[in-house]
Ligand binder design. Structure first.
Ligand code: XMP
Length: 524
């Protein structure tokens, strides 16, 4: 960031617009720019010029995408984007589109390039300010087509024999194009290239900080909500916790949080929500102990999908019942995040996999609750930083993902109070040992599963015949794929020893060494 400190100007911060042509890495572009403390939004490539002008970006990025610019029906933005007078950066498909819209030529290349590549810097200006001409640069390529003939006004800033126009620039119009992806970690100096675009070419001031976000959100939330009452469902997860903390900062006692204890939570979880939100934050908190209802609903059920359905439906019913006590409430707060917002508006179309029981969906129409989604501009890591800035404790802010149906899908087979108690104790020991050894922070998720499989054991002089506990610990970037965490053998021995000694009902501990795919993270 070269010593630039975040500006403290009021009003909307300087912003960059990313037009999405469907690349897998579009979200990364926005995240990298926000890491530079410049606000950035993603919009579909088809956004109209009028809407773009209204957004008033200081620069536009055209993302990569899977299409070919010369194919029929290839996605194209309004060509007027290139004449807005603000700098434009085209990445991969974006570069090809820019070249073709301005009269250059793009061809399908025989030499498709995927993966690491090396190019040479030719001109150390524009995006390459601060680089050395002649220097080699490691980059990440992923393309079939390439630019073959530059439009007028452009010069080559970096290239290689296989990709002669790896980076191109028209200094008069401030239009830049990269054939490679600066947003991925495999382009080690990509961050500098993006910083040169955002600060050097676009002249943005870095005003996007969590403190600035809090200040603006509080002002906007107060203006929108006025004196009305807001309901918020707390789940124990990071998103709803941060949404509640932000609303509390904005409207204090007008916020009422409802926490449904479904009896499927981990050890101490309900108590910790009471402690943090009730006592520490002084929130108006209603804890509904519905564990008996959930256990009753789940009695005799062992099919995972039926369990999910029962838990999801009961949650909505319990929440509804509680919400009806607040007839004057006008708003319902939800912890919707930016990736959900983009998924439903992006070129890839609405996501097929919204997890319904995470969101407090399906509230009765007659309550007429308007949604408040104070985190809808934020990525997950920003939500964590926001939580820290709002003073939430680390154990909430850094919490691992936990499925909506909770231990209901980690007690494999029938869910009973006794089996839940066994799993809860064993899981608590696992969490404790992983945290103490520093391994918890290195896993994406780590938890215990109880199997309805009995085996013979021996304890003292007695034969035992008890159920089996599985330790599941995985590393992952996003939960879509995962690998099993290589925990040290001594740590595993300590975990297994403590569980079999301290938890009655388990006499055997197994380690799950499956990756996803083909396994999933959860067992049900
Ligand atoms: P799987 O087991 O499909 O899990 O590899 C991927 C991620 O999703 C979480 N998960 C759920 N979350 N409701 C949720 O809210 C569910 O029914 C559910 N099932 C799995 C899982 O913990 C992991 O983070």
């Amino acid at each position: 960031m070269r010593g630039r400190s975040p500006s403290r100007r009021r009003g909307p911060p300087d912003r960059i617009l990313v037009l999405d042509f469907g690349s897998q890495t579009t979200q990364l572009i926005a995240r990298r720019i926000r890491e530079l403390h410049v606000y950035c939004e993603i919009a579909p490539f088809s956004m109209s010029l009028k809407e773009i002008r209204a957004f008033a970006p200081r620069g536009v990025v055209l993302s990569g995408g899977p299409a070919s610019v010369y194919a029929e029906g290839a996605p194209a933005c309004d060509p007027g984007v290139l004449g807005l007078g603000v700098p434009v950066l085209g990445i991969c498909y974006g570069q090809q589109l820019m070249a073709s819209l301005l009269g250059g030529r793009v061809v399908g290349s025989q030499q498709r390039e995927f993966g690491r590549a090396r190019v040479r810097v030719l001109e150390a200006t524009g995006l390459f300010e601060g680089f050395d001409a002649g220097q080699p640069l490691d980059v990440w390529m992923s393309h079939g087509d390439r630019v073959e003939e530059l439009p007028p006004g452009f010069s080559v800033q970096a290239g290689s024999p296989s990709t002669p126009f790896a980076a191109v620039f028209d200094p008069a119009r401030r239009l830049a194009g990269l054939q490679f992806h600066p947003e991925v970690v495999h382009t080690p100096r990509g961050r500098e290239l993006l910083a040169n675009f955002v600060f050097g070419l676009c002249g943005c001031r870095p005003g996007w900080t969590m403190e600035a976000f809090i200040e603006r959100s509080v002002r906007e939330l107060r203006a929108r909500i006025g004196g009305a009452e807001v309901l918020c469902g707390l789940s124990g997860g990071v998103d709803s916790a941060v949404a509640a903390a932000l609303l509390q900062r904005a409207i204090g006692k007008q916020l009422t949080c409802i926490f449904v204890d479904n009896g499927l939570l981990r050890k101490g979880e309900a108590a910790s929500v009471r402690e943090v939100f009730g006592r520490h934050f002084g929130l108006e908190l209603t804890v509904v102990d519905a564990s008996a209802r959930f256990l009753e609903g789940l009695a005799g059920v062992s099919d995972p999908e039926r369990k999910r359905k029962i838990i999801g439906e009961l949650f909505v019913r319990v929440f509804e019942q509680e919400a009806r006590r607040h007839q004057d409430a006008r708003f319902l707060a939800q912890g919707t995040l930016y990736p959900d917002v983009i998924e439903s508006t992006s070129v890839r179309g609405p996501a097929a996999t919204i997890k319904s029981h995470h969101n407090v969906g399906g509230l009765p129409e007659d309550m007429h609750l308007e949604l408040v989604e104070p985190l809808r501009e934020l990525f997950k890591d920003e939500v964590r930083r926001l939580g820290e800035a709002l003073g939430l404790p680390q154990h909430i802010v850094q919490r691992q993902p936990f499925p909506g149906p909770g231990l209901g899908v980690r007690v494999v087979g029938r869910v009973t109070a006794a089996r839940l108690a066994v799993l809860r104790e064993a899981d608590a020991i696992l969490q404790e040992e992983l945290a103490a050894s520093g391994h918890l922070q290195q896993t994406w998720q780590a938890f215990a599963i109880l199997l309805p499989v009995r085996s013979v054991g021996v304890m003292g002089d007695e034969r035992t015949y008890e159920e089996t506990l599985v330790v599941r610990a995985v590393t992952s970037q996003d939960g879509m794929t995962a690998d099993w965490a290589r925990l040290p053998a001594d740590l595993l021995a300590q975990i297994s020893g403590r569980i079999t000694n301290e938890v009655s009902g388990v006499n055997r501990v197994l380690l799950d060494i499956s990756s996803k795919p083909p396994a999933t993270i959860e067992w049900e």
